[in-house]
Design a binder for this molecule. Structure first.
Ligand code: ARG
Length: 459
């Protein structure tokens, strides 16, 4: 039975009920709704709306309901209730009769749903932080294992300068750290309790909202009732944090898909996260990575969806806002499984060091080194850049590497080139010279890994 029958004489249409009911989505707020209801029972007992013993009975029944649903989760959807709040209230009335009908005094589904959803964001957010931390650890472990595995670094997807696989891992470690910091920020801002705001104007009972917020583990109560019931910033911030993080995961996936191609063959992926083709027996496809990249799109979609839903809503609550949950739940589910999947992919990753090294040695990735050598001998950089450009053209023509030119050939391009040019053109020199904070020199990578590990220990 609906919670609001009294004012109505006609029947609601079955189609409207199907359209209007949110239970098939918001059943996931069950636990939060019960916790909020337990706290609300205490709150209304504290101002004398129900007696201490009534409060005890209500809370016992609510706890019993938690156990009932644990035993039979399907009972929620089978109830046919309008939403999770109606389900909990009806189930309570079924248990304790008229006493159950007192619980909603001074409360509205508007402050109730806002509270439930914020509680849900807090607990899911904490679980996501743990998942992000796992990915951080997985990347750091891989960085440590492969700190000196040389591969080409790219700009414009053209071989640019050699880097190491460990250095590549540490780039994503930085991104994950920003994701963690963004999520912590979002959760801190969402840590306020709307309960006690009523439908929009504030509850008419002198509830201590500070105590109520504390009972629900919120840092503080919200401060304006109109805002409390119509604010969905926490949904938007979770979706935007997820979108940025998914963008990082998608770029990581794209890098790895490329490293795994037959053309590159820098890495191989574990059988655990790849699939075959139904037609071509030789295929081993990077499906896990492609799905991470693919799911990024739906996460962005939900962010744009909720922003668009909210953009023209007048204060305070409007039913449009019921559309907040489906996208958010999908965002959180997608982000969570992609984080888990990324960990799984990384844990089974093998680096094909000879191939990656050979690729780093091709493509004139040491051309900058030759220019720097000329600069060290006194040539202005712009001129050196031009001279090396000509050397590269000649090398491409002969299909050789820069270091394969004889000294005679090289000095024809610039007389200041001497025998000591060759040590400058080795991969070791290319890497070793980037010995600056954030650079790809092995010493820097090892220091960065040590610093991250020390940081993790103090956290
Ligand atoms: N199912 C609703 C939602 O998710 C709960 C709030 C309903 N409030 C109302 N005034 N109809 O938004």
């Amino acid at each position: 039975m609906a919670l609001w029958g009294g004012r109505f004489q006609g029947e609601t249409s079955a189609l409207f009920k199907l359209f209007n009911d949110s239970l098939p989505v918001d059943y996931r707020l069950f636990e939060q709704d019960v916790l909020g209801s337990i706290a609300w029972a205490d709150a209304i007992a504290s101002v004398g709306i129900i007696s201490a013993s009534e409060c005890t009975d209500l809370k016992a029944a609510l706890n019993e309901l938690l156990v009932d649903v644990q035993g039979d989760p399907a009972m929620i959807l089978a109830s046919g209730a309008e939403d999770i709040h109606s389900f909990v209230e009806s189930a309570l009335i079924a248990k304790v009769g008229n006493l159950g009908k007192k619980l909603h005094t001074g409360r509205s589904r508007n402050d109730q749903v806002a509270t439930d959803l914020k509680l849900w964001c807090q607990s899911e957010g904490r679980a996501l932080l743990e998942r992000l931390q796992c990915l951080h650890s997985a990347l750091l472990a891989l960085a440590e294992r492969e700190f000196d595995a040389v591969m080409p670094g790219y700009t414009h997807l053209q071989r640019a300068q050699p880097v190491t696989f460990g250095h590549w891992c540490l780039a994503y470690v930085e991104m994950i750290e920003r994701d963690i910091s963004r999520l912590n920020d979002a959760l801190r801002r969402a840590n306020t309790c709307p309960l006690g705001s009523g439908a929009l104007a504030g509850t008419a009972y002198p509830i201590d909202r500070h105590a109520l917020a504390a009972a629900l583990n919120f840092a503080a109560p919200t401060l304006n009732s109109l805002d409390s019931v119509s604010d969905r910033d926490h949904v938007i911030e979770l979706c935007s944090t997820a979108s940025i993080s998914m963008m990082h995961l998608s770029r990581m996936a794209e890098d790895l898909i490329f490293f795994n191609t037959g053309e590159a063959q820098f890495i191989s992926l574990s059988d655990a996260v790849t699939s075959g083709s139904s037609l071509m027996p030789q295929k081993k496809n990077p499906d896990a990575l492609e799905l991470i990249r693919g799911k990024t799109g739906r996460v962005y979609g939900s962010l744009v969806g909720i922003l668009t839903t909210m953009k023209a809503l007048p204060l305070a609550y409007n039913k449009d806002m019921q559309e907040d949950k489906e996208g958010l739940f999908d965002v959180v589910d997608s982000w969570a499984i992609c984080l888990d999947m990324a960990v799984l992919v990384l844990s089974g990753l093998n680096i094909n060091r000879p191939n990656a090294l050979a690729a780093a040695q091709q493509g004139y990735a040491n051309a900058t080194e030759l220019a720097d050598y000329l600069v060290a001998k006194g040539m202005p950089f712009r001129e050196a850049h031009h001279v090396v450009g000509e050397v590269v053209v000649a090398a491409i023509e002969k299909q050789i590497a820069l270091e394969d030119f004889s000294l005679e050939e090289l000095s024809a391009f610039a007389a200041i080139i001497e025998e000591d040019v060759y040590p400058n053109l080795t991969l070791e020199a290319c890497l070793g010279k980037r010995d600056v904070l954030g650079g790809t020199a092995l010493r820097q990578i090892q220091q960065a890994i040590a610093a991250k590990k020390a940081q993790r220990n103090v956290r």
